[in-house]
Design a protein around this ligand. Structure first.
Ligand code: PCA
Length: 124
């Protein structure tokens, strides 16, 4: 189920998750499973959405969802997440589960996280 299929794997942890305000951007794409990152990330509260940053010193495991998306959806997601404006950058992320052999990507927050509250392991 998880390998040798077209499209790329995306880990979503915030407003793109099912039931949240940007979930419609994943309509028609494939939800694979809930997922958990390795303990190398910190999630901040950026106002009305969360921002993930890499933190290999004292990061934690973050809960989210694993999706397979086609290239058109990926383009849309990049636009929605403000990649061109450098709000987020899309890059590889490590998962604890599920175990996948392919690269998984996620949106990493690019602005300053000084003074932003830390959320914990789950964007509710
Ligand atoms: N949307 C993306 C990144 C943060 C956000 O709110 C996501 O759900 O993964």
């Amino acid at each position: 189920m998880l390998t040798n299929e077209p499209g790329i794997l995306i880990f979503v942890y915030g407003t793109l998750k099912r039931g949240y305000c940007r979930a419609h951007n994943l309509q028609g794409q494939t939800f694979l499973s809930t997922a958990e990152t390795t303990a190398e990330y910190t999630m901040y509260h950026c106002g009305t959405y969360p921002g993930l940053v890499i933190n290999q010193v004292d990061g934690i495991s973050i809960h989210g969802e694993l999706w397979r998306v086609d290239s058109r959806a990926l383009e849309l997601l990049d636009e929605v997440e403000g990649v061109a404006e450098n709000l987020y950058r899309r890059g590889p992320i490590q998962l604890l589960q599920p175990v996948v052999s392919e690269m998984v990507q996620a949106y990493f927050y690019q602005r300053s996280v000084n003074d932003l509250p830390v959320i914990g392991d789950n964007w509710f």
